[in-house]
Design a protein around this ligand. Sequence first.
Ligand SMILES: *Cc1c(COP(=O)(O)O)cnc(C)c1O
Length: 374
Amino acid sequence: MGTLPFVDLKAQYRRLRPQIDEAIQHVLDDGQYVMGPHLERFEGELAVFAGARHAIGVSSGTDALFISLLAYGIGRGDAVFVPAFTYTASAEVIALAGARPVFVDVEPETFNIDTADLEAKIAAVKEQGELSPKGVLAVDLFGLPADWDTLNDIAKANDLVLISDAAQSFGGEYGCKRVGTLATVTGTSFYPSKPLGCYGDGGAILTDDDDIAATIISIRTHGTGVHKYDVVRVGLNGRLDAIQAAVLSVKLSVFAEELDARETIAGLYDEGLADIVQVPKRLPDYRSAWAQYTIKTEGRDELRAKLAEAGIPSTAFYPKPLHFHPPYAPFGNGPGSLPVSEELCGRVLSLPMHPYMATSDVQRVIDGVRAAVG
Ligand SMILES: *Cc1c(COP(=O)(O)O)cnc(C)c1O
């Protein structure tokens, strides 16, 4: 038996090849490579899918978050609260905007921002009086939406901008709402291995707010005004390419099916593993996009090594909390300050997950974990 892929992107291409090749050829033939009808069409489809008023294609998930912060004028002297257990991009955009990331711990079961710790951190920043609390950037880690009801209440009570880092959760749901409508502004990523991925870098911003959407559209193209050569604010080049938009239109047409397939695989993993490792927490009213299927266990590194010997890849997302990385250490309070995030980094393990995974391969992973742990 060979090595299993962690994510098999080519399986999807084999399925969609005629449509994708045609869509790319279409863009090449009509010659509008930046902006234009392919982008507009995809943005419309994406907005409908999420149930949001506006979907704005951008150059990456990172730029989606960065542009959102800029659109609210967040910068020097501002504090933005962000979980410590996430991908580095969540905090990097805050620092790039000139603001200060304030790290918040996460919940041990959902891996998402701990709203009680968030309230404590907001109170601490207010008491200190050096920074002005401006925003919360909460992450739907591994695809599971955070507790957006509580987050919206906290943001309202403290007059904070609420930004959702949905790079991993597009397609997820909370109650009767889809990811893209859970915060004032949502940024997502179309990096190839994300649940909805393109063939390069890409992302989108979703919002129901007309004013902020107009500002975001302006920032996406160098801060231009109504006329192309009027500059009304500082912006950047943050556009989504037409080829990527055309590819994404094709992929969006099968995305709901793929989300169901991910759910089925997660269910098989649950059944096969729940008695020997901690499987992901299931919450009523929540639907994960299953960017990752992440278990928790003692002896994670040993398990990972044994799986590798059996040809089963696995990844530790994330091996270090953000406040342990040198560029972010000055924003944190050192080891022990964010205990749940710190502990999770030594215990989590993400298993192979993609919508085209054969049931026999899922079983092979389950057998591998059972043999290694049991
Ligand atoms: C992937 C990811 C991003 C960044 O998205 P890119 O498209 O790679 O820039 C941001 N936040 C989280 C949580 C991610 O997983």
